[in-house]
Design a protein around this ligand. Structure first.
Ligand code: MD3
Ligand code: FE
Length: 216
């Protein structure tokens, strides 16, 4: 969180090509931040945040909720998408329509017209929480991009190549920043460094990241 987070951005600062197929749309989610946070909270109320286990038996520091026709789950055998919440045995809540609209618009702006998400993962980071370098490869349709929206405390995002051991670039993702990953970047390794302590006017001491995906 810094002083400049609340200043408007010049138009030429809004769009950054991070890599082939990966587009950063700075601040795109700011205009509607209150409504999108409220929508995320309605999902969390129905599918409470929890620490997922890695297939290796470790507990993730971040907490996760899910919505959409398919939700990402972890089992001792590995990760997969499932139509119901293993905790409640209920279907996942629907993705709130305002969030679907937002993801569709963001994808179109990044050059992925026709993208419609059927799954959304909500990650909550408290200060110190992190996400190790990984690939997202459990979705069946890897031609579809992933749209990510960051809210609250800023984080340093690590963006690598197609090999875990390659060099990583660092990007600061702040409140309202959106990234769309597709094409050659869809299977890039990525992660998040431990979130620094701070206070965000809307979210307090937390960061929430929503990722919109097309699984089916
Ligand atoms: C690049 N989330 O949920 S968002 C994840 O901030 C995840 O919570 C991070 O990685 C977060 O899987 C990073 C950025 C992101 C999301 C998906 C990607 C980058 C990606 C998929 C492919 C390549
Ligand atoms: Fe990921």
């Amino acid at each position: 969180m810094d002083l400049f987070d609340d200043l408007p951005l010049a138009a030429d600062q809004l769009r950054t090509a991070m890599a082939p197929g990966a587009v950063l749309l700075r601040g795109l989610g700011r205009a509607d931040d209150l409504a999108m946070l409220a929508a995320a909270e309605t999902v969390i109320a129905q599918a409470p945040l929890r620490h997922m286990q890695t297939p290796g038996g470790h507990t993730m520091s971040i907490q996760t909720s899910r919505c959409g026709s398919m939700g990402w789950v972890s089992e001792p055998g590995g990760y997969r998408y499932a139509a119901s919440n293993p905790q409640t045995r209920q279907p996942w809540p629907a993705i709130p329509p305002g969030l679907v609209d937002f993801a569709v618009r963001a994808a179109a702006q990044a050059g992925y017209a026709g993208f419609v998400p059927d799954s959304c993962l909500i990650n909550q980071y408290l200060p110190g929480n992190k996400l190790g370098l990984h690939q997202d490869r459990d979705e069946r349709d890897l031609r579809a991009p992933v749209v990510s929206l960051s809210l609250g405390l800023p984080a340093t995002f690590l963006f690598g190549g197609l090999q875990r051991t390659g060099k990583t670039q660092r990007y600061r993702l702040a409140h309202g920043d959106v990234v769309v990953w597709g094409g050659p970047s869809r299977l890039a390794f990525h992660g998040v460094l431990p979130v620094a302590d701070g206070h965000h006017p809307l979210l307090g001491r937390r960061r929430i990241n929503l990722t919109f995906r097309k699984v089916g």
